[in-house]
Design a protein around this ligand. Structure first.
Ligand SMILES: [Zn+2]
Length: 206
């Protein structure tokens, strides 16, 4: 693609670094911005750089947060005896949207996947085990996607809990294998949390 301007070329090159944005789409977006009042571009770039600079991860649950502690962990009305274990923040958003869950979360940051070189130490598993040992938690709800990596991760955590005496459950598998939580509809996802089963049962089913 030939550009009449180096400035335009650079903007298109940066924009097309984003997933799903090819050079043509990038050019369309950049030209669109050029036609808008200049402040639109300022707001966009400020929003992006503020997000990148200021966004933090909750020191308790590792959810994305504007503060040291996220809004969910800071909310005194949440049930502190429950922790729902999820892969990433999109799962927190999906479960929150169901309005069916009033406990806390723990965001692992991924799943154990030897093929992708992801081991337990790259995830927030040890922090989760510490939370269970030190806190008021009575039940851990595994809500990872029902894939081999999800199952491996659940089982690893289950083993790490050892003799903590905490009960563990897995969300009901109304969601078909291979579906990610974020794509499940709210009713199905809400129901699968309410109808969770003891984790030991899910082991026997495998
Ligand atoms: Zn939190």
């Amino acid at each position: 693609m030939e550009f009449p301007s180096k400035l335009l070329e650079r903007a298109v090159a940066e924009m097309s670094q984003l997933p799903g944005i090819g050079k043509r789409t990038a050019l369309r977006l950049v030209l669109h911005l050029l036609k808008q009042p200049p402040e639109r571009t300022v707001y966009l770039s400020e929003a992006l750089s503020d997000m990148r600079d200021k966004l933090r991860y909750c020191s308790e649950c590792h959810n994305i947060s504007d503060n040291e502690i996220c809004e969910i962990c800071a909310d005194g009305r949440r049930d502190r005896s429950l922790i729902c274990v999820v892969e990433d923040i999109r799962d927190v958003m999906a479960i929150e949207n169901t309005g069916q869950y009033r406990g806390l979360y723990h965001v692992l940051g991924g799943k154990i996947s030897p093929i992708d070189g992801i081991g337990p130490s790259q995830l927030t598993i040890s922090a989760l085990v510490e939370r269970v040992k030190n806190g008021t938690v009575m039940e851990l709800i595994f809500a990872l996607s029902p894939t081999m990596e999800g199952d491996t991760t659940n089982f690893y955590i289950y083993r790490q809990l050892g003799d903590t005496g905490i009960s563990t459950s897995a969300i009901a598998r109304g969601i078909s294998v291979g579906d990610e939580l974020e794509y499940a509809d709210e009713v199905t996802l809400g129901r699968s949390i309410l109808q969770r089963v003891p984790f030991e049962n899910s082991l026997r089913g495998n």
